[in-house]
Design a binder for this molecule. Structure first.
Ligand code: ADP
Ligand code: ZN
Length: 212
C-alpha cells in the first residue's frame, strides 16, 4: 500500500507513520528526516536547505521532488511506502502524479492550531537517530535519552515558538490545499488527533484496515 500522511507540523503524523510502517512492514519516507540528515552531514543539499528549514519556510519544490524520486526508486519501496511530510505543496503532489506513483490513501491527522503550539513546545528529537518524543505525550523510558539508540534528546531549532507560528502559516497557505486536491481524487480520510497517541493510532489503523 502507498500512503501519504498529511497534517500540520506537530500534529503527530510522523509518529503515526512509524507505527503503520511497523505494522505493515513498509518503509516510512520522511523528507524532514532526510533533509536534517543531509544538514548534519554537511552535504551540498543540506547546506542549501539550512536557511529554509531554520526559518520555518519550505525547502524549494525541485529539491524535495528530487529527494523523493531517488528514494522511491530504491528496492524497499516495491511493496509499498508511507510518505511523511511529502507532498507539502500542490506542485509536489502533481510531480508525484507525473512520476506515475499511485497513491491508495491520504490520511490527514487533524489537530486544531491552539493545540499545535503546546505540542511543539514539548517535542524532543534524538540527536543521533531522529526518533521523536514528547515530554508529556510520548515520554522516553529515561528522561532526555532515546529509547531506540541511547542518543541525546534535544529541541529542534525550528520548534522554537516564533518559528512554529511561521510553519503554521506555511501549512495553512501551501499544504492545506492538498486536502481538497486528494478529496477530489477520493483518497482523503481525516483522523482526528487525540490527546493519547494510542487513541490516534487506533483511528489511523482503522482508516487503513480495508487496504491490508
Ligand atoms: P514537521 O512535520 O514537524 O513540520 P518535518 O520534519 O516534516 O517537520 O519538516 C521540517 C522542515 O523540513 C519543514 O519546515 C521544511 O523546511 C522542510 N521540509 C520537509 N518536507 C518538505 C517538503 N515536502 N517540502 C518542502 N520542505 C520540506
Ligand atoms: Zn535515537
Amino acid at each position: 500500500m502507498n500512503i501519504i500522511f498529511l497534517g500540520a507540523p506537530g500534529a503527530g503524523k510522523g509518529t503515526q507513520a512509524e507505527i503503520v510502517s511497523d505494522t505493515y512492514g513498509i518503509p516510512t519516507i520522511s523528507t524532514g528526516n532526510i533533509i536534517r540528515a543531509a544538514l548534519k552531514n554537511g552535504t551540498p543539499m543540506g547546506l542549501k536547505a539550512k536557511s529554509y528549514i531554520d526559518s520555518g519556510a519550505l525547502v524549494p519544490d525541485e529539491v524535495v521532488i528530487g529527494i523523493i524520486k531517488d528514494r522511491l526508486a530504491e528496492d524497499d519501496c516495491k511493496n509499498g511506502f508511507i510518505l511523511d511530510g511529502f507532498p507539502r505543496t500542490i506542485p509536489q503532489a502533481q510531480a508525484l502524479e507525473e512520476m506515475g506513483v499511485p497513491i491508495d490513501r491520504v490520511v490527514d491527522i487533524d489537530v486544531p492550531d491552539e493545540k499545535i503550539a503546546e505540542r511543539m513546545s514539548g517535542r524532543r528529537v534524538c540527536k543521533a537517530c531522529g526518533s521523536s518524543y514528547h515530554v508529556e505525550y510520548k515520554k522516553p523510558k529515561t528522561e532526555g535519552v532515546c529509547d531506540a539508540c541511547g542518543g541525546e534528546l534535544v529541541r529542534r531549532v525550528d520548534d522554537a515558538p516564533e518559528t512554529v507560528l511561521e510553519r503554521l502559516n506555511v501549512y495553512h497557505s501551501q499544504t492545506e490545499p492538498l486536502k481538497a486536491f486528494y478529496a477530489e481524487r477520493q483518497k482523503l480520510v481525516t483522523v482526528s488527533g487525540q490527546e493519547d497517541v494510542r487513541d490516534t493510532t487506533a483511528l489511523t489503523l482503522k482508516a487503513l484496515e480495508d487496504l491490508a
